[in-house]
Design a protein around this ligand. Structure first.
Ligand code: SF4
Length: 390
């Protein structure tokens, strides 16, 4: 089976992008009437400038499909930043090695304390985040963190530098169930321009990461594009192609997609391409119309009014009360929170500063149920494990 990285150069992404820009009311109408997209050729019109005028129709279809497959639920998780040490230079990131900030890696005990603080706020699902640094993966640090936090945090996912399949196996065996790796930009030229030093500059190695992780039996695979580096329509079409490939080839895992929009960061990188709120909602609805079973993730990068509006339009998973610096939770104090955020050491600035309880109340106010826990290790039966594709 060819990997996505192998078929990527053969995808007609430029032609699909052109098709999207040239979409007319006449070519858009059949897809809108059908209510879903069967392939990328039908997806491209849904992210077109012409379709932006039909946001209400897109929203209606997206809501219907999402409720059919996910009910009226929003899964909640919290990111826990283990470390801001990183060997890469990514021009847009506040953890980039050329940015002068205090560097910290949480001791295991403090990571446990942080997890307990998050559990005290209701979370049972956590995303462990770290910059890319060989020391996390060479000494068993991440495995130990996973094992120690499992008693309070039954669902653990990872977002750290890509590994090979053999490197992922001990992390899965320690109890980790999800792997998140954003391609950042699918536009190879832009990718090379943005990632000037460190192992992250290997575009195709990164692209193959979800398939390597699937080989290690992760049961959730998250992908995404960092919107603002290149034309958003082109990126979303490429992301959709990637998600379709994983859906077909890694079908034991749930695929999630994310569309983080670039926000200001220490280092003062500004987005090169702007995507309006309206276009952002359009992209979410279009992805739902192509990928009915995919989780769609929304972070606290987005402002409260937009997050609230998207609760019932296609999003299935949201972070809440996020701190994007190592050690930001155990010292949690509602009054000091904003002040803490303004200190140096965050990866990016967040926009929705509501507490988890406040955000859960906002979800309920819209008739949806906040889901704190949807997985437990005891649910994993060895007999039900997938056959690993080599
Ligand atoms: S985006 Fe990730 S890899 Fe790049 S500098 Fe930031 S933490 Fe490091």
């Amino acid at each position: 089976m060819a990997s996505f990285s192998e078929i990527f150069p053969t995808l007609p992404l430029d032609a699909l992008h052109r098709q999207s820009l040239d979409t007319t009311e006449k070519t858009l109408l059949p897809v809108l009437q059908r209510g879903y997209a069967r392939n990328l050729a039908e997806f491209a019109p849904l992210v077109s400038p012409a379709a932006t005028r039909h946001l209400e129709t897109l929203s209606r279809h997206s809501q219907r499909i999402t409720r059919k497959h996910f009910g009226k639920t929003i899964r909640l998780f919290a990111p826990l930043y283990l470390s801001n040490e990183c060997v890469n230079i990514c021009k847009y990131c506040g953890f980039s090695r050329h940015v002068d900030i205090p560097r910290i890696t949480l001791p295991v005990d403090q990571a446990v304390t942080e997890s307990e603080a998050l559990a005290g706020q209701g979370f049972r699902s956590i995303l462990l985040v770290a910059g890319e640094h060989p020391k996390y993966v060479s000494n068993g640090y991440v495995e130990e963190v996973i094992r120690r936090i499992l008693p309070v945090m039954p669902s653990v996912a990872l977002e750290l530098g890509p590994l090979n399949t053999e490197g992922y196996v001990p992390l899965v065996e320690a109890g980790c169930e999800g792997l998140v790796v954003y391609q950042e930009t699918y536009h190879e030229e832009t990718y090379k321009e943005m990632h000037t030093a460190g192992p992250k500059n290997r575009f195709h190695w990164r692209m193959e990461t979800p398939e390597r992780a699937y080989g290690a039996r992760f049961r959730r695979l998250g992908i995404g594009a960092l919107l603002g580096l290149y034309d958003w329509r082109w990126e979303v079409i490429a992301l959709a192609a990637h998600a379709l490939h994983l859906t077909r080839n890694c079908w034991h895992a749930q695929i999630t997609v994310s569309l983080p929009r670039l926000r200001p960061a220490p280092g003062e990188f500004q987005p090169r391409y702007v995507m309006s709120d309206r276009e952002f909602v359009q992209a979410v609805c279009a992805l739902r119309m192509l990928l009915p079973h995919a989780g769609i993730v929304l972070s606290t990068r987005e402002p409260p009014y937009l997050r609230d509006g998207l609760i019932n339009l296609g999003i299935t998973t949201m972070s809440a009360g996020s701190s994007t610096e190592p050690g930001g939770y155990s010292s949690y104090n509602q009054n000091e929170w904003k002040q803490t955020r303004e200190q140096e050491g965050e990866q990016f600035e967040i926009s929705d500063e509501r507490s988890p309880a406040e955000f859960a109340a906002a979800i309920r106010a819209r008739g949806y149920e906040p889901v704190w826990k949807d997985f437990d290790q005891s649910l994993v039966s060895p007999a039900a494990e997938p056959t690993v594709s080599k």
